[in-house]
Write a protein that binds this ligand. Structure first.
Ligand SMILES: [Fe+2]
Length: 170
């Protein structure tokens, strides 16, 4: 008879696992954003990516602090979703035949990533509340606000860039 191995016995274990996945996600973003900064042509978009890179470095530190506090270590666990989103972002940027179209593609890719992060952080913030870890929840909330702000800024840049992309002749 096969033994059932309970890998996630409780909400605390699920919380730690999801924090480790988020740490991997943020680390992948820290590695991916410099390429996006380089690839973007719109100066406001470049600047938005630059400042989000700085924010993301802080978000990595927040996750490390929370993980060290609850688990005594901060080991990332590979986030396959971010790997796929970054891979797709690179493909779309490479396939774009015009600068403005490429910028539009970069914004769309970055917003997919932001929305994934907002959903994932929303879940762990609620886990933190339920587990009585209010200071974790507060720290995670700071990151959620930064992701939300980045997303709104990208929307406003898209409103300017996408009509330029529409006029671009391939
Ligand atoms: Fe982030």
């Amino acid at each position: 008879m096969k033994l059932v191995i309970e890998k996630l016995p409780d909400l605390r274990a699920l919380y730690v696992k999801q924090l480790r996945l988020l740490l991997s996600a943020e680390e992948q973003i820290v590695r991916g954003l410099p390429v996006m900064i380089e690839t973007a042509t719109d100066s406001q978009l470049k600047q938005a990516f630059r400042s989000h890179l700085q924010e993301t470095e802080g978000q990595v530190e927040r996750l490390r602090t929370i993980l060290n506090r609850i688990a005594g270590e901060a080991e990332p666990l590979k986030c396959k979703v971010l790997a796929a989103l970054i891979d797709e972002a690179e493909d779309m940027a490479q396939d774009s035949a015009h600068d403005a179209v490429r910028d539009a593609a970069l914004i769309a890719s970055a917003q997919r990533i932001e929305h994934y992060e907002i959903a994932a952080y929303g879940a762990v913030r609620h886990f933190a509340h339920v587990l009585g870890r209010d200071s974790d929840a507060e720290t995670l909330n700071q990151t959620i606000h930064e992701e939300g702000h980045a997303d709104h800024l990208l929307t406003s840049i898209a409103e300017r860039v996408n009509p330029i992309a529409r006029k671009a002749a391939a």
